[in-house]
Design a protein around this ligand. Structure first.
Ligand code: ATP
Ligand code: MG
Length: 425
């Protein structure tokens, strides 16, 4: 026997037994986005590598060690998307979406993302994100709306009380310059203790130390100066206004000056929704304002803010909360036959049912009547009937209610109508 080929490391199959969870989340997300006026956008699975190098930033973990990059036959470097924001910005510029009504409100769901990370619970190499991007609104009210979209999603899932919203402002290029210097001054004496990555990125991206997963770096970061003490007047006002709005809307939050998402084009508001009960990979949703990104990618200045929400982590949170995902409906009717010669006739009857909006299956294996009924039982159909010469001649058939109701007799022409009534009642 040939050896079996297994899944690539860090990937997962989504099986029929769990697909109902995905359908449900997709439906809730779609409704939510419609309620807030966001429109769906779908971008390719791969992009030119430069998009992510510039869009995510070449000092980030994603670009330095997590990208799946390949070269095509024409020598072009392509990368499987590690995130959704840069592709959406590219699409906005390439299709001149900025020329339409502003603000421009877009979402994607579910978007597969690819990162060559060490797989563990809540961390995969292929994973799925729901995300939104809001362009053309620089106000604290826009920040509040984006946070509210995520909060409202969690509320609709009954998770709002189980997740903590952590909020920060990382300032603008003006106030961040002074902060950067203070941070580098603080970190310099610890240079030899920092992990290789933090040391190498100390000059270009010192805020990375707050994001570092090394315990030593985390310890050092504890004593570091905080961005919130360095905000300029405009950034402070913006941040205070956002906090006031959230408080008035009764959305609980905690200011956490160690949340950084330390890229140059991130400005002001950054936030995360963190779960207390899904283990180490606890951030379900992360977002922020990226007012510099559109310019970085070749467009005219255009403010933007958005978030990405990991669907696998959302499912883990829902499962921990004992969430009851609605099951998919089972096939309603099984139509069996006593003899293969009745196959075409049986097919016509199930076709009529299906066209009447009633899901139906028939035998396609050539099984005995007894085996057909057994199969119908396994399917969990509500109704089953067997067609034989007698049923065809008399135009009448007995329908068995597989969930314990009385069997009933009906004419073949009246089958769809009667079953429809019974399913409704
Ligand atoms: P982390 O600190 O956990 O690595 P991140 O900052 O890299 O997260 P983002 O780029 O902000 O994550 O992505 C947004 C969301 O996507 C995360 O909050 C998380 O829910 C999810 N996510 C990110 N990376 C993975 C992964 N490798 N596997 C599963 N979900 C992920
Ligand atoms: Mg990561």
């Amino acid at each position: 026997m040939a050896t079996m080929i297994q899944l690539p490391k860090g990937t997962r199959d989504i099986l029929p037994s769990e697909i109902h969870k995905w359908y449900h989340i997709e439906a809730v997300v779609r409704q939510l986005c419609q309620d807030f006026g966001y429109q769906e956008i779908r971008t390719p699975v791969f992009e030119n590598t430069d998009l992510f190098v510039r869009g995510v930033g070449d000092t980030t973990d994603i670009v330095q060690k997590e990208m799946f990059t390949m070269v095509d036959a024409g020598g072009r470097s392509l990368t499987l998307r590690p995130e959704g924001t840069s592709p959406v910005v590219r699409a906005v510029l390439e299709n001149s979406l900025y020329a339409g009504p502003m603000p421009l409100k877009l979402f994607y769901n579910p978007l597969t993302c690819y990162r060559a990370e060490k797989p563990q619970a809540g961390r995969q190499r292929e994973f799925h994100q729901f995300g939104i991007e809001l362009f053309g609104a620089a106000t604290p009210a826009a920040d509040a709306e984006v946070i509210l979209v995520a909060y409202e999603l969690f509320r609709r899932f009954g998770l709002a009380d189980r997740l903590l919203l952590k909020l920060n402002s990382i300032g603008c290029p003006v106030c961040r310059a002074a902060y950067r210097n203070a941070l580098i001054d603080y970190l310099t004496p610890y240079k030899d203790e920092l992990c290789d990555t933090c040391r190498q990125r100390m000059d270009k991206n010192p805020m990375r130390v707050f994001d570092c997963k090394s315990e030593i770096c985390q310890g050092i970061a504890k004593g570091a100066p905080l961005i919130t003490d360095y905000l300029c007047d405009d950034c402070r006002e913006h941040f205070e206004s956002l906090q006031e709005t959230l408080a008035e809307l009764e959305i609980p939050f905690e200011v956490d000056p160690t949340i950084v998402r330390g890229l140059d084009y991130y400005r002001r508001t950054v936030f995360e929704f963190v779960s207390g009960d899904i283990g180490a990979q606890a951030t379900v949703c992360g977002g922020g304002r990226y007012d510099g990104l559109v310019e970085e990618l070749g467009g005219d200045p255009l403010p933007g803010i958005g978030f990405g929400l990991g669907i696998e982590r959302l499912i883990m949170s829902l499962e921990n909360a004992g969430y009851a995902f609605p099951e998919l409906p089972k096939t309603a009717v099984y139509v069996g036959m006593t003899d293969g010669s009745l196959d075409v006739l049986t097919t016509r009857i199930v076709t009529a049912l299906r066209r009447a909006g009633i899901s139906a299956e028939k035998d396609i294996v050539g099984r005995s009547v007894k085996a057909q009924m057994k199969y119908a039982g396994k399917l969990g159909v509500r109704f089953a009937l067997i067609l034989g010469e007698n049923e065809i001649e008399t135009n009448r058939v007995t329908v068995k209610d597989m969930q314990g109701g009385e069997p009933f007799e009906v004419s073949l022409d009246g089958l769809a109508g009667t079953i429809e009534e019974k399913l409704r009642g």
